[in-house]
Design a protein around this ligand. Structure first.
Ligand code: KIV
Ligand code: ZN
Length: 515
């Protein structure tokens, strides 16, 4: 891992960390706890695709579902278990024979069996005595091991369970040949130091590996998982995008990158697929990550302020962790022009576009850009282009595409259809396409029309109403990306949302081609 060499001896990172080179396994529960995210439901095909992607990511185990819970889950677990993944495929089961049999029928490599051990859950949900729970746990573990299957046991709500009883039950399942125990912080109530102390204690009392499963009710799931690792846990449960019950579980990207980059621990994760995996799960689950989400968020490696962009353009680790770069996680660095934009960032952006203003011109461009941003507007590349050409007294570049006519048909009895007539490189073309709505149909028609000249894909699309009422002016900001990954943004405003969208797309493409 080349980036570990960045942790220089003598730096604070080096000194605080006695966990360097410790191996930690990653157990992914996106398809089980992650699917328990309120509002999320995945098809079998989507689950298989996610499982394949998580396998490519290199996780050690994947909890593919809870086979007894529904026919669909059973089918999904079976499909994943027989799909030839490299990872260990695990199924979830209560400490009940019928649940375990369902996992065995699904042909999983490993069974994760669990039972509530805290008084609050034991008394109010399963209504069993402590002795009964202990017996059920031991019977379940023995039953799994008698079938020659790897077994993980979870004392559900472990962190609110009487500690002596918790140790007693973990020791009992160890005596019954359990392979690994899990310590779930089921309602996310641990603090990092409490988690550390609990895992240290459990580790001193049992001899099999310890896994932790932390929920994020107070935003501490990753911190608690890391402290569990420091205290001796050798496996951490995570989900993609931190999905899971309520506020979710520890996020894979955050946990893995902290383990590798901050501690220097070793995982099997191919970190360059973290962003790709996050986007796939976002798409299938409909749960969008906020721009400020660490590692995978749109802004995770974006820089706006003059001081930061100047630093990053000189040397990226001036205002980035350095021990984690965008390339390591499959992300890209972005310099965003906004109200804090500095001269360096604007100059660099113009140079990339082949524009070299004089110092005076650059000062004027910077002040005009800031004036636009002060009105609360995002600066698009097309805005910067237009401002620069005006200040430099240059003619606007030739437009490859000029829109001539646009018509759309939509309604509840026809598929939304758009017809676009435009001159493309001086040749008049007509193209029609259909879509999920009139905007989608029109944008697809434009994309197809220019397909011969340049392949672009829409990277970003936002609509905002900038006045009220049904005649509101809609502002569309669009970003397009060419085959080399170059992204250009443009805006347009119109009372007609389809016109604003098409105009923004054409402006973005013309700007991209002029660049
Ligand atoms: O949060 C939890 O306790 C669980 C168990 C099934 C491990 O998800
Ligand atoms: Zn959970």
């Amino acid at each position: 891992m080349p980036y570990l060499s960045k942790l220089k001896e003598g730096s604070i990172f080096y000194d605080i960390d006695s966990n360097r080179n410790r191996k930690v396994s990653i157990f992914d529960t996106t398809l089980r706890d992650g699917e328990q995210t309120p509002g999320v439901s995945l098809t079998i095909q989507q689950k298989l695709e996610i499982a394949q992607q998580i396998d490519k990511l290199g996780v050690d185990s994947i909890e593919s579902g809870f086979p007894i819970s529904s026919k669909g889950d059973m089918e999904a677990v079976k499909t994943i278990a027989s799909s030839g993944l490299n990872t260990n495929v695990c199924g979830l089961a209560r400490v009940l024979k019928k649940d375990i049999d369902a996992c065995i029928d699904a042909n999983v490599d490993m069974i994760h069996t669990f039972v509530s051990t805290s008084d609050v859950q034991r008394i109010h949900t399963i209504k069993k005595s402590r002795e009964e729970v202990l017996d059920m746990a031991c019977e379940a573990v023995s039953y799994i091991k008698d079938h020659g299957i790897k077994c993980m046991f979870s004392a559900m709500d472990a962190t609110r369970t009487d500690t002596d009883y918790l140790i007693e039950i973990y020791q009992a399942v160890e005596d019954n040949k359990c392979d690994i125990i899990n310590v779930p912080d089921t309602v996310g109530v641990m603090s990092p130091s409490r988690m550390y102390n609990l895992i240290k204690l459990v580790d001193s009392k049992i001899n099999i590996p310890i896994d932790v499963h932390c929920h994020n009710d107070f935003g501490l799931a990753v911190a608690n998982s890391l402290m569990a690792f420091e205290a001796g846990a050798s496996q951490i449960q995570v989900t993609i995008n931190g999905l899971g019950e309520r506020a979710g579980n520890a996020d894979l990207g955050e946990a893995v990158m902290s383990l590798q980059s901050i501690y220097g621990a070793i995982t099997n994760i191919n970190t360059e697929y973290i962003v790709e995996t996050s986007r796939l799960v976002e798409r299938f689950t409909g749960v969008k990550m906020p721009p400020t989400m660490p590692i995978v968020g749109e802004n995770a490696f974006a820089h706006e302020s003059g001081i930061h962009t100047h630093g990053v353009l000189e040397q990226s680790d001036t205002f980035e962790p350095g021990i984690m770069t965008p390339e390591m996680v499959g992300h890209t660095r972005r310099i965003v022009l906004g109200k804090h934009a500095g001269k360096h960032a604007i100059k660099k952006s113009l140079e990339t576009a082949g524009l070299n203003p004089t110092d005076d011109q650059l000062n004027e461009i910077v002040s005009r850009v800031k004036a636009i941003a002060d009105k609360g507007k995002r600066i698009t590349d097309a805005d910067l282009n237009a401002v620069t050409l005006t200040v430099m007294g240059k003619p606007a570049g030739e437009e490859l595409i000029k829109l001539k006519e646009l018509s759309v048909m939509t309604g509840n009895i026809i598929t939304p259809t758009a017809v676009v007539k435009a001159s493309v490189d001086r040749e008049e073309l007509i193209m029609s396409n259909t879509g999920v709505g009139p905007v989608d149909a029109a944008l697809k028609a434009v994309e197809e029309m220019i397909g011969e000249h340049t392949k672009v894909k829409i990277h970003d699309f936002r609509i905002e109403a900038i006045s009220g009422g049904s005649d509101a002016l809609a502002e569309v900001i669009i970003g397009v990306e060419d085959e080399n990954g170059k992204i250009v943004t443009a805006r347009s405003a119109s009372a007609d949302i389809v016109m604003a969208s098409v105009d923004a797309l054409i402006t973005a493409i013309n700007t991209l081609l002029n660049k």
